[in-house]
Design a protein around this ligand. Structure first.
Ligand SMILES: Cc1cc2nc3c(=O)[nH]c(=O)nc-3n(C[C@H](O)[C@H](O)[C@H](O)COP(=O)(O)O)c2cc1C
Length: 490
């Protein structure tokens, strides 16, 4: 069997491959394998010889003439320069996730940002100033009372000679200090002395994160105008515990930095895109309803990703427990009929992305008063009627957007159902995800969790995407939508 030696690829290809691999959390070999697979599956010339494989790889990663638009656009959108000229002051707190700050520095710098770093004494227990200084290519600041540092830069200049302050990992301690106005070391003093926006990426044990004191500090800091990214749910690095408290991945932090500094490319500027998200609640009576397990995380992430690319995003969301995405005009609804009405009012639009898990049925008549349990009468019988099919309605609408994207969450026959949906509903793309028990429901599954594995079904065929975070799926789908809209003239 032929094997591919990464070392032998030309420098440009190697460089792009390295970046894509790092962004997808894969080895370069794995990234190459996946891209070659994509090439073999569809678009590249027949392979078999290494030079053809290399050419396919080059085509796929090249910024021009790629045959895989999503990959090329994702590469272009995450390309160097989005933070060109921006100055970031990164404060590293003393938590296990401090090691991820090293990758964060690299990600920020490869986008053109300059990164100055302040490390707390506790942070230096986890990573060394040597590694941090090597990656940031700058002096690392650690001590409020360092005579040389204070003479050269000083804590006030340090806090102001930046466009944005990023605290990653933000420890429970650093959050508590800033929420309460403490300034007894360099990090806390810089944070309180700054006149620049601050982004915090908390990371801590789930019990620390859910402690009432931390909740209070988080709320106070939110009110004080601090932006937060994460924490995410998942396994803790230091123990067998799982829960909310993992630091957001470096790329998610970078995306938030780009959004805060409004620094990314805007291929969707001037485009209006309608997105639906979350579940619907179909009332049985004033206190009871029929719902589903959709959390809204994927739909909200897509709305945010489209907005980051410059789109005028109108989100229509069912009841969810997450915040409205920044920079997105959001309408809150409860029932499928309300969602349909809200969506239709937003037409015309350039594109519509239907991520919401809309209930197929509702009760024929919801009771005006709470249904009482009456001894001897048994349970009430609920007569169900069909809800409007919002995707099909818009897919065949006289004001149909140029691009209509539907989601198919299925527990069986995923591909057959997705392909049928594409045809019947008048959609251009169906994003199919498997919500069967294996890939799942709940905190670590697709519905409710933070990761997703999707396939993109279109008339041209099926594109399989590897498992990634919902934010990554969102970024890649937004890139694909930008690519598709380029060919649709308004
Ligand atoms: C092994 C180890 C891991 C730790 N991980 C975290 C963490 O992930 N998050 C956190 O808030 N504190 C963590 N701590 C506690 C902090 O290091 C401690 O509160 C310290 O005072 C924080 O200082 P700083 O906020 O100035 O960086 C950890 C401590 C140890 C010993």
């Amino acid at each position: 069997m032929a094997s591919i030696t990464i070392r032998n690829l030309d420098d440009e290809v190697k460089d792009l491959l390295r970046r894509l691999a790092a962004e997808n959390d894969r080895s370069m070999e794995e990234q190459a394998r996946i891209m070659i697979r994509a090439a073999v599956d569809g678009q590249a010339p027949p392979t078999g010889r290494l030079d053809q494989i290399e050419r396919a790889l080059h085509d796929l990663t090249s910024l021009h003439g790629s045959t895989t638009p999503a990959i090329a656009t994702a590469a272009r959108i995450s390309a160097r320069g989005t933070l060109s000229g921006k100055r970031i002051l990164l404060i590293i707190g003393g938590g296990i996730a401090a090691y991820k700050a090293l990758d964060l520095i690299r990600r920020l710098r490869e986008r053109g940002a300059s990164v100055r770093v302040v490390m707390t004494p506790a942070a230096q227990e986890f990573v060394t100033t040597l590694s941090v200084g090597a990656l940031s290519a700058d002096h690392v600041f650690t001590d409020l009372f360092d005579r040389n540092d204070e003479h050269d830069v000083g804590h006030i200049r340090l806090s102001r000679e930046a466009d944005l302050l990023v605290v990653a990992p933000a420890t429970a301690d650093l959050m508590a200090k800033l929420a309460n106005g403490h300034a007894n070391d360099l990090a806390s003093t810089v944070l309180i002395a700054t006149d620049k926006p601050v982004l915090m990426a908390p990371a801590m044990n789930p019990r620390m994160w859910s402690h009432p004191a931390t909740r209070r500090n988080r709320a106070t800091l939110g009110k004080d105008g601090i932006t937060f990214v994460g924490p995410a749910r998942g396994e803790m690095a230091e123990s067998n515990e799982a829960g909310e408290g993992r630091m957001a991945e470096p790329l998610a932090i970078v995306a938030t930095v780009e959004a805060l500094l409004d620094a990314g490319p805007k291929p969707l500027a001037g485009r209006k895109i309608v997105v639906t998200s979350g579940p619907t609640h179909e009332p049985i009576d004033p206190v009871r309803y029929i719902a589903n397990r959709s959390s809204g995380k994927q739909g909200h992430a897509i709305a945010a990703a489209l907005a980051r690319l410059g789109a005028d995003v109108r989100l229509v969301t069912g009841p969810v427990a997450i915040a409205d995405p920044a920079g997105v005009k959001t309408t809150h609804v409860e029932r499928a009929q309300e969602m349909r009405d809200a969506v239709e009012q937003l037409l015309p639009a350039d594109a519509a992305v239907f991520v919401a898990a809309v209930a197929d049925w509702r009760t024929e008549n919801s009771a005006g008063e709470k249904i009482k349990k009456v001894a001897g009468e048994g349970p009430p019988v609920l007569r169900m009627v069909e809800n409007p099919d919002i995707l099909a309605g818009v897919g065949h609408h006289r004001q149909r957007p140029g691009l209509v994207v539907g989601f198919a969450a299925e527990t069986q026959d995923l591909m057959r159902n997705a392909e049928a949906k594409l045809r019947k509903k008048g959609a251009d793309l169906i994003v199919a995800n498997d919500v069967s028990h294996e890939s799942g429901i709940g905190p670590s599954g697709v519905m409710g969790g933070d990761r997703n594995r999707v396939r993109i079904v279109s008339k041209a065929g099926v594109e399989e995407w590897p498992e990634m975070t919902k934010d990554e799926v969102a970024a890649r789908l937004a890139a694909l939508i930008a690519e598709r809209l380029k060919t649709i003239v308004v």
